[in-house]
Design a protein around this ligand. Structure first.
Ligand code: G
Ligand code: G
Ligand code: NA
Ligand code: MN
Length: 254
């Protein structure tokens, strides 16, 4: 696959860039965090979507390097903002299974945070249910080690996988992110409304924070607020944006 070779060069040639999508509290208007989303400005193909290149990176094993790069960059950028006296927020990175299962993960994170003197609660790790449920004993160990470090743990695309509620209770998690496939039709589809309300209730009972993804309309935001979800991410508030734009937003609010 030609993309695979190109991808290896992408890091060296500075073609990868982090985009940021804010997590918002619509009641206060505060930016309470941001998800970091990788972008690849390919010299010939133009902007290549992570939907295309993340699977290629996963298949080739290059995802290990790529994930380590994203982790380091996200922490460096947050540290840089802090040094400049900006109002920084926790940054959430997406990890693939190979990153989460890699023996370098814990030492890498520990060293990155120490080297940069960045408080661990400014790093959020988003993991899908599929990753968590793969080897639950190992998952619990790794999550606990991350938790002990003070890193914030979030379940991405919640509701689309096969979480056992029994394990969910045993995993030391901080946050559930309601997948945008549910949020999309909460106004028109009673089933999606019920599932979304149930996930919010589940999060509250397990004492987890809950974030709604893919919020595009004020009707959806109102529904979510009424049900008790007050952290949201989606085009209604902002699309994923380049670093400079997010810096502007951090300094001026939404
Ligand atoms: O912005 P969006 O098109 O950007 O992202 C598409 C998909 O790519 C999402 O499922 C997102 O989680 C995934 N993705 C974006 N950035 C990263 C990353 O740095 N690492 C991994 N593993 N997945 C990412
Ligand atoms: O799998 P993950 O949740 O990490 O993917 C995030 C993806 O969702 C990214 O591709 C991002 O660009 C996209 N996204 C973020 N907000 C919205 C939204 O409001 N509507 C839609 N359709 N996609 C969104
Ligand atoms: Na994500
Ligand atoms: Mn998601």
């Amino acid at each position: 696959f030609a993309l695979e070779n190109d991808l290896r060069k992408a890091i060296e040639q500075d073609q990868l860039e982090l985009y940021f999508q804010p997590k918002i509290n619509p009641l206060s208007g505060d930016i309470v965090g941001a998800e970091v989303l990788l972008r690849w400005k390919h010299p010939h193909r133009g902007m290549v979507s992570p939907v295309t290149f993340i699977p290629v990176a996963e298949e080739s094993g290059f995802i290990v390097e790529l994930g380590a790069w994203v982790l380091k960059r996200a922490c460096e950028i947050n540290r840089e903002w802090q040094s400049r006296g900006m109002p920084i927020v926790p940054l959430a990175i997406n990890l693939s299974a190979a990153n989460f299962r890699h023996h370098d993960l814990l030492p890498d994170i520990r060293r990155t945070l120490e080297d940069l003197k960045l408080q661990p609660n400014f790093l959020v790790i988003e993991l899908t249910e599929g990753i968590l449920m793969n080897d639950v004993d190992e998952t619990i160990q790794t999550l606990q080690a991350l938790k002990d470090m003070g890193v914030y743990l979030s379940v991405d695309d919640f509701g689309t996988g096969y979480s056992s509620l029994n394990y969910l209770k045993r995993f030391p998690l901080d946050e559930l992110k309601i997948d945008r496939s549910f949020v999309k039709d909460i106004i028109s589809d009673p089933n999606d409304a019920a599932i979304t309300a149930a996930i919010i209730g589940l999060a509250q009972n397990l004492k987890l924070s809950v974030v709604a993804e893919g919020v595009e309309t004020t009707e959806q935001a109102d529904f979510l607020l009424r049900r008790g979800c007050n952290t949201m991410q989606g085009y209604l508030f902002a699309k994923p944006m380049p670093q400079e734009d997010f810096e502007q937003m951090l300094m001026s609010g939404i």
